[in-house]
Design a protein around this ligand. Structure first.
Ligand code: FES
Length: 94
């Protein structure tokens, strides 16, 4: 079963219930704390995640990410990136 692995403050958490959800939705549904100051609307970048592996399993970058200047290959907005398969992420502790 596909899974997302969150690395937060040196602690890893694996989540398997990921179908068609954004990184932020997956985290919040499982009680994984990720900052989301704009409420997940793509206007703040506090949900910024570093992709450690599996970037090819995220939906393509959208206009909101590009408008916020998130163009680095290994960076995605958690509230905008939809997960389609195994992904490993580093996120800041909220
Ligand atoms: S929560 Fe604000 S950009 Fe993602």
């Amino acid at each position: 079963m596909p899974k997302v692995t969150f690395h937060i403050a040196g602690h890893a958490t694996e989540v398997e219930d990921i179908a068609g959800k954004t990184i932020l939705q997956i985290a919040l549904d499982q009680g994984v704390s990720i900052e989301h100051a704009c409420g997940g609307n793509g206007f703040c970048t506090t949900c910024l995640c570093t992709v450690k592996s599996g970037g090819e399993n995220l939906a393509p970058r959208n206009d909101k990410e590009e408008n916020m200047g998130i163009t680095n290959e290994n960076e995605r907005l958690g509230c905008q990136a939809v997960v389609n398969g195994d992904v490993e992420l580093e996120v800041l502790d909220a």
